[in-house]
Design a protein around this ligand. Sequence first.
Ligand code: KG4
Ligand code: ZN
Length: 336
Amino acid sequence: DKEICILAIESSCDETAAAVVVNGRQVLSNVISTQIPIHTLYGGVVPEIASRKHIERINQVIEEALKEAHTSLDEIDAIGVTYGPGLVGALLVGLSEAKAISFAKDIPLVGVHHIEGHICANYIEDKTLEPPFLCLVVSGGHTHLVRVKDYGQYEILGRTRDDAAGEAFDKVARAIGLGYPGGPKIEQKAKEGDPHAIPFPVAKVNDSAYDFSFSGLKSAVLNYINGAKMKGETINEADIAASFQQAVIDALVGHAMHALDEFGGDKFAIAGGVASNGTLRAAMQEACERRGVRFYHPSPILCTDNAAMIGAAAYYEYMSGRRDSMSLNAVPNLAL
Ligand code: KG4
Ligand code: ZN
């Protein structure tokens, strides 16, 4: 069989990324230029700055990806690019670049859903993983519990009603003065704290077993901090971080196991930036093991935004016949 070599481009948020991926699972290069240090100055991602930085860096990132893979555009069979969901100005940079290369070099264009990319990171990590399986996607913008029925075929079982899991980490980190991005900082701080010190509520959504809600938890943490300050008490940041993180993990693992009980299957995967959290991974691993379910998780570099995962998703879309035209547009709220 002929090998299919895909150049993938990702620019939906604050990472400018390009990768070369063969047959969806073999990563020849995975170049990520992060803007985190710039956005840290503002306590979060500033969309206008993100777009401008993508423009400054994208050409170099793509060149590096091709060079590291010891290949050139002449060897590329398709260009995979994230066209949503994400920040519209940021998405447009990667998409315009992909369209320009596709048009100039007459290479097929394949639009990719960012969340599908996150899920497909698992195919890179474990070359034996095949659908069907259940997947929890937890990132800064999304919290989705998904049934992966086949390649490219998804059913969303549940999603967040308000804040995404990563967003909650970022907001709580800001409240206890840990800075942006909050996830890794909370995880570090939590290691020195007691996860059962403060009983923060794990929110339930009444009319759905699989939907999530994290804004109540976030408010509970903020109220706890303000209450302590009013009384002149000093707060224990490590205990807050550990207790908050535990509440998020309890909600995520609880929903995941509920879905496994209902839909069965012997495989469970996680994906997205929050999936790089070691405490979450350990809790999922243990809960899956108890049910005799195999647990899959991408290594941290494939959890946070990258283009290799977009290359994996693009491969399966390409194989199922997807081709996009020059009229493909960025869709900020694209549905899976
Ligand atoms: O997938 P991602 O890079 O971008 C989006 O598509 O949103 O996810 C970024 C999010 C941020 O909210 C960040 O705080 C969170 O993932 N995150 C973590 C960890 N590392 C990143 N959350 C918890 N624990 C971590 N170790
Ligand atoms: Zn993402």
